[in-house]
Design a protein around this ligand. Structure first.
Ligand code: 3VV
Ligand code: NKN
Length: 281
């Protein structure tokens, strides 16, 4: 008996939907999680801004302790387990430049997990306009730079170099200069190294394992997962000058890249060969 064409079409449509459901649910899950993360950031920023005003009455790096308390809760909402090693290297009450790889807007969770006291951050200027998120960054002492204008960015970073020792501050900079979700590390921008050499303070590299085991925006994947954090040994800059900066960058980049592949490797097992993190040849 021939199935009426209209019924046949509906059966096909239903079959297609059932087949697409896992993909659909993955995509729905991805946007739900990212959307909720942004809303969480906005809402928490608003509340944290009020608390910061009440407690510290304005812009001060001390507000970052309040930000930390809020952001450190986020990992539980997304089933992210963070495992940090060497964090004690950040607890020296002395100025330094902290540099770390930058993979996504989720990096805030990893940063706030280990952010030491009196540590300001360098951010792109656009973020100051992200509503309450920009407000809480401003209140927390974040320094905003215009990446499109090297000269002004350099002078702002130069000012950072001046206050580090004067005010016993640390500064956290993402030397890749932008989010990088690839299986590798981008070449480093030079600003962080100029600041460290100018202030003659150590550079402390921090490496986060690849998020690709649980977070791949291009494939709409955002599941629970594990982030390994490794704080590497401080790199001295005493006695160095701007001529030493290219070598300094190479030293930091290769140490971080080695650590990145090492701590990401285990998260790599279920990845196809061509995608696997390939250690430097
Ligand atoms: C309560 C709930 C809250 C929930 C919400 C969360 C709130 C969280 C709160 C708080 C945490 C906030 C965390 C914020 C995170 C934000 C992340 C970002 O936005 S990352 C993007 C911005 N960061 C960077 O871009 C830094 C890295 N970039 C640099 O350092 C660059 O060097 C820069 C921008 C200074 C210039 O970049 P170029 O693109 O021009 O490239 P180059 O190659 O580095 O420099 C070009 C030439 O300028 C010279 N130069 C660079 N810096 C110099 C300097 N300081 N002095 C002299 N010359 C310098 C270099 O020698 C080079 O010259 P020759 O080509 O070698 O001849
Ligand atoms: C009013 C609009 C509000 C929009 C919601 C804001 C939610 C923000 C979530 C926290 C952002 C934390 C800072 C961060 O990680 O920014 C990423 C930048 O490095 C991006 O640089 P780039 O675009 O990769 O060059």
């Amino acid at each position: 008996m021939a199935i009426p064409a209209i019924l046949d079409m509906w059966i096909w449509a239903l079959l297609m939907l059932l087949l697409a459901l896992p993909l659909l649910s993955r995509t729905v899950n991805f946007y739900f999680k990212i959307g909720s993360y942004c809303l969480l950031c906005l809402g928490a920023s608003l509340v944290a801004s009020v608390v910061c005003f009440l407690v510290n009455r304005g812009r001060t790096v001390r507000n970052m302790r309040i930000v930390k308390k809020f952001v450190r809760v986020f990992k539980y909402f997304y089933g992210l387990r963070l495992e940090a090693h060497g964090v004690e290297k950040l607890h020296d009450d002395k100025p330094c430049v902290i540099i770390s790889n930058h993979q996504s807007i989720l990096d805030m969770i990893g940063m706030m997990e280990i952010l030491p006291k009196n540590c300001i951050q360098i951010a792109k200027r656009e973020l100051v306009f992200a509503g309450p998120v920009g407000l809480i960054m401003y209140l927390g002492g974040v320094i905003f730079i215009n990446r499109k204008q090297t000269s002004t960015a350099m002078s702002v970073m130069g000012e950072v170099g001046d206050i580090l020792v004067k005010e016993n501050l640390k500064v956290w900079i993402y030397p890749e200069g932008t989010r990088n979700g690839s299986y590798d590390m981008l070449p480093f921008k030079k600003g962080a190294f100029y600041v460290a050499v100018q202030a003659q303070v150590p550079i402390i590299p921090v490496v986060y394992s690849s998020f690709t085991s649980f977070y791949q925006p291009e494939k709409k994947i955002f599941t629970s997962g594990k982030i390994k954090i490794e704080v590497l040994d401080p790199v001295k800059t005493e006695g160095l000058t701007v001529e030493d900066i290219p070598e300094l960058i190479k030293t930091c980049h290769s140490a971080m890249k080695e650590a990145f592949f090492r701590i990401s490797d285990k998260l790599n097992e279920n990845r196809t060969n061509d995608q696997a993190l390939q250690p430097e040849q």
